[in-house]
Write a protein that binds this ligand. Structure first.
Ligand SMILES: [Zn+2]
Length: 235
C-alpha cells in the first residue's frame, strides 16, 4: 500500500492553494496505512481531514480525494480495524463535502471531466462486495454513492420526437424527470429532461432512458450521462 501511496504525485494534484495541502494527503495516507491503534488512526485521519483530501471544518473536498478513494478502500480492507473506521469515515466525508470553484472535476480515462463526487462514487461501487460484507456502515456508504448514478449509452432508437436510449446504469436514477450532463468526446452539454423508462432487472445493469426532444444522432453509443446537480455542487 505504501508504494501505491508514494507513486502518486500529490504535489501536482489540482487544489485551491489556500486550502489543499499535498503533504497532508501523502503523509496522512501513509500514517493511516501503518496505524496500529486508535490514536494513530485518529491522528492520520485528522491530517487527511484538515487539508489533505477534505477540509472538514469548511466541508470542502479536493480533487486528491478521487485518487485517495481506492487507497482508502485498500486501507479499509487490509489495515487495522481502527484505520478501517477512519478510512470509511473519510470516504463518507468526501461525498458530503463540496469542492471549490475551479477544482470541481477530475479527468476520466476517456478524457471527459467527471464531477469529483461521481468519480468517488464509482470507486466505491467497484468495491461493492467488500462494502456490503461490512454490514450497515458499508451499505450506507454504497447508498450515499448510488445517487451519483451514471449511464452509458449502448444503443438508441427514435421514439416520436424523443430518443429511447438503452445502456448500462450504475447507481440509482430515481423516478421522475431529471436534468443530466451529457459527456461526449471531451464536450459536456446539458440534457434538461431524462426519465428512467425501464429500470435494471435484479442482478443486471441494463436499463432504458427516455431523452426528451433529442434525436438519436445526438446520442451516439459511448455517450455518458451524469446527474446535472453534481456539476452544480460548489462552494
Ligand atoms: Zn456526483
Amino acid at each position: 500500500m505504501l508504494d501505491e501511496i508514494d507513486a502518486v504525485d500529490w504535489e501536482s494534484m489540482p487544489g485551491h492553494p489556500d486550502w489543499y495541502e499535498p503533504d497532508r494527503a501523502a503523509d496522512g495516507l501513509r500514517a493511516l496505512a501503518e496505524a496500529a491503534n486508535l490514536v494513530q488512526a485518529a491522528e492520520a485521519g485528522s491530517r487527511l481531514g484538515v487539508g489533505g483530501i477534505v477540509h472538514g471544518h469548511s466541508a470542502t473536498v479536493f480533487p486528491a480525494a478521487v485518487v485517495a478513494a481506492p487507497l482508502l478502500l485498500d486501507i479499509a480492507q487490509q489495515g487495522h480495524p481502527a484505520a478501517r473506521a477512519t478510512a470509511l469515515g473519510l470516504l463518507e466525508e468526501t461525498l458530503s463535502c463540496y469542492p471549490h470553484a475551479g477544482y470541481t472535476r477530475v479527468a476520466a480515462p476517456d478524457g471527459t471531466a467527471v464531477p469529483i463526487c461521481c468519480a468517488i462514487a464509482h470507486h466505491l461501487r467497484d468495491r461493492a462486495d467488500f462494502l456490503v460484507g461490512l454490514g450497515k456502515r458499508g451499505k450506507s456508504l454504497l447508498a450515499a454513492a448510488a445517487v451519483h448514478w451514471r449511464f452509458e449509452i449502448r444503443d438508441r432508437v427514435a421514439d416520436g420526437g424523443d430518443t429511447a436510449a438503452f445502456g448500462i446504469l450504475a447507481g440509482c436514477l430515481p423516478d421522475g424527470v431529471h436534468a443530466a450532463e451529457m459527456h461526449l468526446a471531451d464536450a459536456i452539454t446539458e440534457l434538461s429532461d431524462i426519465t428512467l423508462e425501464c429500470p435494471p432487472a435484479e442482478g443486471s445493469l441494463e436499463a432504458c432512458l427516455r431523452v426528451s426532444a433529442r434525436h438519436p444522432g445526438e446520442l451516439p453509443p459511448g455517450t455518458m450521462l451524469f446527474p446535472a446537480v453534481c456539476g452544480d455542487r460548489l462552494h
